[in-house]
Design a protein around this ligand. Structure first.
Ligand code: ZN
Length: 357
């Protein structure tokens, strides 16, 4: 990376001081309270009945028992904890001698357009025993929490729909729905290539092109290789047509880290308690925005080819544990995982609010 992250934090802090309170977006108190009460308990590395991260601490090779157990865990989360709010779909199929299954969850099924959040839950066959902590257990756990958070808001809005709310309803008041996709078969079975990779993404893209869903996808936010805790590399913006969304995510991160009511640059209590206290996004990195093509092969490729704007949350170059047996939970940074979780939760809230009915 071109810029040291410490220098960058100092610069951003200076900008915040120079331009005052910098409260373009702001966090709502109720959301801060929710995260402060739940995030540490749900996303951490210690066993607990509500832990959303540790059930992914196993191999999840397509068609294996580990894969089926994790699928059951994900589906049960939506069918029990979040029951009634999400439509749960599965997309089982066979290819190249393996059985795959995409899991697709939808909030506000009757919405005209969708914000799609996605990560892959499968793991690579080789090296043997690799549990894919950053690839992509952390991202899957972040999405499970995001779903729980959105469910909390939706239920709160429904419970109060006949009384006067202080703020406009975010979820029930938006034309934008949310789909959360857990892709199977992102990894190559033998060697990465167009026919041996992103099995689930290719299958779902084909279905969405056939049934008209693709035209209703406003944005795909794809998370991958997050949670390493390594200071560099950071996550740059990759595409011109999603750069505004990248900037929104970046402003949300600035708000989390720097923006206070009194205009000070002191750390927010929430960030200090649960998140990484440094930038994970690098808005100064413009290497890829103007290229017009993908420099990283991943599940987004068939959606990008279909014209869907893609916000790809993936560091480049990849973290040092990538595709090694060291990509385990001892090398996973829970605070960074929570940091991403907070960014995605607020990103969804802000995106839905922009599409208020
Ligand atoms: Zn991988």
């Amino acid at each position: 990376m071109k810029y040291g992250s410490r220098l960058q934090i100092v610069c951003l802090a200076c900008v915040a001081v120079l331009f005052g309170a910098h409260r373009a977006l702001g966090w709502e108190l109720s959301h801060e309270e929710y995260h402060a009460a739940h995030l540490n308990e749900l996303i951490n590395l210690e066993e607990g009945p509500k832990n959303l991260l540790l059930p992914f601490n196993r191999t999840r090779i397509p068609g294996s028992e580990g894969s089926r157990d994790v699928q059951r865990f994900i589906i049960e989360h939506f069918n029990t904890t979040l029951a009634g709010e999400w439509a749960v779909e599965t997309q089982p199929f066979e290819e190249n001698g393996y059985r795959f299954n995409n899991l697709v969850m939808t909030l506000q099924n009757n919405a005209s357009e969708f914000l799609v959040l996605a990560a892959h839950y499968d793991t690579k066959i080789v090296p043997t025993g690799m549990v894919g902590a950053i690839d992509s257990a952390a991202s899957c756990a972040a999405l499970l929490y995001t779903a729980q958070f959105l469910t909390h808001i939706a239920r709160h809005e429904r419970a109060n729909q006949y009384s006067k709310l202080d703020v406009d309803p975010v979820i029930t008041g938006s034309t934008l729905g949310v789909k959360i996709v857990f892709f199977d078969g992102e990894e190559a079975i033998e060697e990465w290539g167009p026919e041996d990779s992103i099995y689930g993404a290719r299958r779902l893209a084909a279905q969405w092109l056939a049934d008209g869903t693709m035209a209703r996808v406003r944005l795909l936010l794809l998370m991958d290789l997050l949670g390493s805790g390594e200071e560099e590399p950071m996550v740059p913006s990759y595409y011109a047509n999603s750069h505004q969304d990248y900037q929104l995510l970046n402003r949300i991160e600035d708000d989390l880290l720097f923006a206070r009511d009194d205009g000070s640059t002191a750390q927010s209590p929430l960030a200090a308690e649960v998140a990484r206290q440094r930038k994970l996004l690098d808005p100064t990195d413009y290497r890829f925005v103007g290229l017009g093509y993908s420099v990283v092969g991943d599940d987004h490729t068939p959606f990008l080819a279909a014209g869907v704007p893609v916000l790809h949350a993936i560091p480049l170059p990849f973290p040092s544990t990538w595709h090694t047996v060291q990509d385990d939970f001892q090398h996973l940074d829970a605070a960074e995982t929570r940091h991403w979780t907070l960014l995605v939760c607020e990103f969804v809230v802000q995106s839905l609010r922009f599409r208020a009915q």
